[in-house]
Every structure is written in C-alpha cells, then in structure tokens.
Design a protein. Structure first.
Length: 336
C-alpha cells in the first residue's frame, strides 16, 4: 500500500496514545496533534499522594478550559468521537499508581467526579494494593487491592496493570468484573525485560476483553540503544499471532527524560535519583540517553507506524483497531 493510502488510513483512524507523561509539558501537545492523535492520556501526578494529584488535576482542568477550541476533556467514549469530529485533542486523566488514594476508597469517588478514568495499580514498587514488577517479592494483590478494584469497577474506572507485579496482575484480572488494560507494556518473548509481559499475561488480558498499549521506551522494545520501527512492530506481530489484534493498542510513554527533550546532564541526574529511591533498577532501566524507535522518536511520527503496519500486511481494519479502536472499545465498555 502506498504512502498516500497510508495517509488516508491514518487520517480516518481514531488514534489514542494511552500513556503520555510528556503531555504535561504544554509545549509538546502539538506533537500529538501533528501526529494525528485523537486522544491522549497524560500521566497525572501520582507519586506525591493526594496533594500532588489534586494540583495536577487542577492544572489540567484549567488548561482545558483555557483552550476549548483545541482540547476536550474525555470522560466517556462519545467524547473521543466528538474530539475526532471537531478536530480537538481529547485528554484522558490517568494515574500511574494508587498513591493518590492513600488508604481512603472514598477518594476514588472524588477522582471519578473530577474526570479520572484510568488508574494504574502500582508503579514498579510495592504499595497498599500489591507488588510492582520491580519489587523483590511477588506477593500479589492485597485485601485493600481487591476492594480498590471492586470500587473502580463500580465507578466505571479502567484498571491499569502496567508496572505491576506478575502475580498481582493475574489476581487483579481474576478480581475485576470489567476489562483491564496494560496501558504501556511490550512482550517479554520479544524483549526480555522485567517490565514486559509474559505470554500468559497477554492471553489473560485478551481473554477478559482488555488490551495492551505498545510502549516505546527503548529498553522495553529491543536490546539495542536505538531500536527501529521494525523492532517496535515485532511486539505487535507477537501479540497478533498469540491472541489476535483485538488486544493491541498504543501507550508510547513519551516523557521528559527521553533523548532530545532535556539536556543529557539532567537526564543522567534524574536517572540516578530514580535508582537511589528504588523506583527504577538498572536491570530494567539502562542509563540514558533513551532513544525511542526510529520514526517514532516523537508523537508526530504516528503516521509512520500506520505505514509500517500496512507494509507488514496488517489490514486497514486491524490497523484502525491497533491505533485506537481497541482502546476506545474498552473505554466504552468500562466508562460508558
């Protein structure tokens, strides 16, 4: 299929990037717009608890209100379709971790009222809900974690299992009555990183109607410093062969530490802080610079992914599912 046809296919698609820390920097929002994104999920501040979470929500609500012609707060599936029709960028509120809950389930109701729609259970380390994927132990879901998931199901919030320990993810999928997601993760069979998913995790989330957002952080894509677009697509092909294309989406995880965004010295200092606090380990996270896949170095490169998928033999229908249709299906089923 030629470039012109790929451009048409991309232009017609709902494109959803399910994890976007870099979007908290307002000057980078146009990158997603140039890439044809319909909706994105900025990572709201979660690590500093209730105060940080509320300040982050307030900043985003203020930003959206200040740019009504450009941004649209997405709280239900119809908002994604409206963003596409109106040429606005949909904003989905996403927590990477449950620290904003403290130990108070009532806060979930407050966050839901404020428009949060995706909540990740852990971020690498152990918390009140369960173990993260970088934790020394693999103790699984806590009693509090069971209650959190049940309350999220009741409120119509998507259970996100990215960065979460193996046993915790499997128990969470058994607990949840609604389709869960891994907002940003790749395949361990393709790239053997502790942050990537085993095949049984992939089968389990697919069996429950959920999906996995393909992530661009280089160490999760390939064992080379500068992965290619083909390396990235290899993860999509693995999942497609394993369970079909219904379980595949995007969660590139562009963030401020990536190459070309902040000076190398700042990225190195940030890396050392993350290692020192135990949030990251050197086994899963090599030192910077971090180069995202060739052609997908920035969100503006999304059309190259569409072209690459079509060239690798994916149908237009499957490409549309991968770019955002599967995420939208889960969003509609869980959030309404």
């Amino acid at each position: 299929m030629g470039t012109t046809d790929a451009g048409r296919v991309h232009g017609e698609a709902i494109v959803i990037d399910g994890t976007c820390p870099l979007a908290n920097r307002e000057e980078f929002l146009d990158e997603w717009i140039r890439g044809g994104a319909t909706a994105i999920a900025p990572s709201l501040e979660a690590s500093t608890g209730v105060d940080g979470a509320m300040r982050s929500i307030a900043r985003w609500l203020t930003r959206i209100a200040a740019h009504p012609d450009k941004l649209l707060h997405v709280t239900r599936a119809a908002d994604v379709n409206a963003a596409k029709a109106q040429g606005r960028l949909g904003i989905i509120f996403h927590f990477q971790g449950t620290e904003p809950l403290a130990d108070d389930l009532d806060l979930l109701t407050a966050y839901a009222r404020l428009g949060v729609r995706v909540v990740q259970l852990t971020y690498n380390r152990k918390n009140r809900v369960g173990d993260g994927c970088e934790e020394r132990t693999d103790a699984g879901l806590s009693r509090f974690g069971v209650r959190v998931i049940q309350e999220m199901n009741r409120l119509g919030l998507i259970v996100d299992l990215a960065h979460t320990g193996y046993r915790t993810t499997m128990e969470a999928m058994e607990t949840s009555s609604a389709p869960p997601i891994f907002s940003h993760a790749n395949c361990r069979a393709v790239c053997d990183s502790p942050r990537n998913l085993r095949d049984d995790q992939i089968r389990a989330v697919a069996a429950r109607g959920g999906m996995i957002g393909m992530v661009g952080f280089p160490a999760f894509v390939a064992s080379v410093p500068r992965p290619t677009l083909d390396h990235f697509i290899a993860h999509i092909e693995h999942i497609a062969a394993l369970v079909g294309t219904e379980a595949i989406g995007l969660g590139l995880d562009y963030y401020e530490g990536m190459a070309g965004v902040i000076p190398a010295s700042e990225a190195a200092a940030q890396y050392q802080r993350l290692l020192a606090t135990g949030v990251w380990t050197s086994e899963a996270y090599p030192p910077p610079p971090w180069y995202y896949p060739e052609g997908l170095e920035r969100p503006s490169g999304f059309p190259r992914l569409t072209d690459g998928l079509l060239r690798r033999g994916f149908s237009i229908e499957d490409v549309h599912k991968i770019l955002g249709g599967n995420f939208l299906r889960v969003f509609r089923q869980v959030c309404g």
